[in-house]
Design a protein around this ligand. Structure first.
Ligand code: ADP
Length: 584
């Protein structure tokens, strides 16, 4: 693979791993945030109910006040009769006193038309006395149901508050008027504003009227329809206060009363964990708005853990992949090697068969020349002997003629042996032929073929052969091996004065050892390792092909034997080892 593409791949992998780490980290952080958000949202209702309780307690404290005052005989009597200025002054002071003791905002007494006949704030500039509040819903509620309640901005004072009222009846149950207590919530708002959370109370129309943060009061959380607006105008609930929409967008819903909401508030768009709790008794809803938890230590830890896990997985994956790849590569190498070995073995076998054949033919050529020489001589001798024989017969010397036949017969036998051997020599023997044969007789045959040379060159021959030495193999091929060894020995001793050739066959447990040693000076160290190589020869061009030992080696190996060369005292020693053949 080219270096640049490898570099590119490496870069790509690195980038992928890093992107994976960032994604994993980001995802884990997101999950942690998600979790923290849900956790925080779950805590909402508890806090909400605490706040709701404090509001509820405050209202309950004052609810009894108008109910008790409605029983007051003095008030009943006043409403039943004509309210003179003296009575009014008396009532005003009474209400002022009770209001001070009860710590409510104001107390007022309305007659059956809704006209304030007395009020605790009679001597302030905002005095209710003389104003008619018959248009307020709490008044009509009180007349019809006996009690009333209504949150509104005071039309006289401009101060918002919660009006709780009870009907005043005479002994006959006739509606005389109403006694009204007003609560204001600045104390509560102050108390609530201490925390960082935003607390809101909205009415049935989702108009916020209590808020512990500036900018929220008199904002409606959903758009108002025409009937809403008409009703607000008639009841003058929020009097002159302008009502504006607070745009909100729900981002997530945790449950019916818990959301993640974006508010386009006074400080720009802000996300809030928004919890709501309906206050059934008043028909209001309490809202708790909290800032969602920001990226915390937990989030960072989760991200780090995820990155760590991701990297671990990546490196584990890489490690396993690498191992798998190495395994596969090894497997492939092994297979390739096996295939190569097979192919080479096939090639070698083919080459070897060819070599055996050509070496045989070469040997045949050499042998033919030798034979021609060998046969010519006896032929001439025989022709002369025949002439002698004819003469002897002509002269009737039968006795002598018989005697003269014996050397003729000898010569013919020898010639027949030579040619008989030749006949089989050039034949390609089927490979794998395994006849049971005597190694000693193979030696005999070979010696017979080289006998003329042995004699001519005056070679001293010693043989020590175990007979019979049974082996399994191909007689012709083994003979070829023997002839090669003998001829090499004779070649080596050609120029040495002392020519000694020794052939032995010995056995150990399972093997025959056939040794051929000569006194030809041996093989030099540098050549010793090469003598079995094909075409290795030290003989002059034309004399040696360098195939003899290579072919012999191959033949012996094919028969399950071994052929080795070494040096001894003054010559070379070749050892042929073959397994001993068991019984036929
Ligand atoms: P060739 O006889 O055609 O050279 P061989 O394969 O039979 O081929 O022999 C290879 C070489 O081994 C010979 O050339 C010779 O150098 C060496 N060699 C073989 N036998 C002997 C021996 N008995 N003594 C010394 N050298 C030998």
């Amino acid at each position: 693979m080219p270096v640049t593409s490898r570099y590119l791949r490496l870069t790509l992998y690195t980038v992928l791993i890093l992107v994976g780490a960032v994604v994993a980290g980001g995802w884990a952080m997101q999950q942690a945030k998600h979790h923290a958000l849900e956790e925080s949202a779950r805590r909402g209702p508890e806090q909400l109910s605490l706040y709701a309780n404090s509001l509820h307690t405050l209202i309950e404290r004052y609810r009894a006040l108008p109910a008790v005052l409605a029983q007051d005989p003095e008030l009943i009597a006043a409403l039943a009769g004509h309210v003179t200025p003296e009575v009014q002054a008396q009532l005003n002071r009474k209400l002022e006193r009770i209001n001070g003791a009860a710590q409510s905002s104001t107390l007022e007494l309305l007659d059956s038309t809704g006209l304030a006949v007395a009020a605790s704030n009679w001597n302030t500039s905002n005095s209710y006395v003389g104003h008619n509040y018959g248009f307020r819903p709490y008044f009509s509620q009180t007349r019809s149901q006996g009690t009333g309640r209504f949150y509104a901005v005071g039309v006289t004072s401009g101060i918002p508050g919660y009006f709780l009222s009870s009907a005043v009846h005479d002994g006959g149950g006739r509606f005389l008027g109403a006694i009204v207590v007003k609560l204001e919530f600045p104390e509560l708002e102050r108390e609530w504003s201490q925390g960082s959370d935003t607390l809101l109370v909205s009415d049935a129309r989702d108009i916020v009227f209590i808020a512990n943060q500036p900018g929220w009061r008199y904002r409606h959380l959903r758009p108002l329809n025409d009937s809403d607006r008409d009703n607000i105008t008639v009841t003058r609930q929020y009097d002159k206060q302008p009502l504006t929409l607070m745009p909100t967008r729900t981002l997530r819903v945790f449950d019916d009363n818990s959301f993640l909401t974006q508010v386009d508030g006074p400080d720009g768009p802000t996300d809030y964990l928004w919890g709501s709790l309906p206050l059934k008794a008043e028909g209001w809803t309490l809202h708790l708005l909290r800032k969602p938890p920001t990226a915390s230590e937990d989030g960072r830890n989760a991200a780090l853990a995820a990155v760590g896990l991701w990297l671990t997985l990546v490196f584990l994956g890489l490690f396993l992949f690498q191992r798998w790849r190495i395994g596969r590569m090894r497997q492939r190498n092994r297979e390739e090697l096996e295939q190569l070995v097979e192919a080479r073995t096939r090639d070698l076998r083919t080459a070897q068969d060819g070599l055996v054949q050509s070496a045989k033919l070469a040997a045949l050529g050499q042998m033919s020349a030798a034979l021609a020489h060998e046969i010519n001589q006896p032929l001439t001798a025989q022709r002369m002997q025949l002439a002698t024989l004819r003469l002897l017969l002509d002269h009737g010397r039968i006795e002598d003629a018989y005697k003269a036949l014996t050397p003729l017969e000898h010569m013919l036998t020898r010639m027949a042996a030579l040619t008989g051997h030749l006949k089989t020599y050039a034949r390609q023997s089927p490979s794998g032929l395994r006849e049971r044969l005597d190694l000693a007789s193979v030696v005999d045959q070979a010696l017979q073929l080289v006998e003329p040379r042995l004699k001519e060159e005056g070679v001293e021959l010693h043989t020590r052969l175990v007979r019979p030495a049974w082996v399994r193999g191909d007689a012709i091929r083994l003979e070829q091996v023997m002839i090669n060894l003998l001829r090499n020995a004779l070649d080596a001793m050609h120029d040495t004065p002392r020519k000694q050739l020794e052939i032995c066959i010995e056995a150990d447990q399972q093997l025959w050892h056939l040794t051929v040693s000569d006194s030809g000076g041996g093989i030099s160290d540098e050549h010793l390792g090469k003598v079995f190589d094909p075409f290795f020869t030290t003989k002059p061009v034309g004399d040696g092909l360098g195939l003899g030992l290579a072919v012999s080696y191959a033949i012996v190996h094919e028969l399950g034997g071994r052929l080795t060369a070494c040096n001894h005292a003054d010559g070379a020693l070749f050892t042929l080892t073959l397994p001993i053949a068991q019984d036929a």
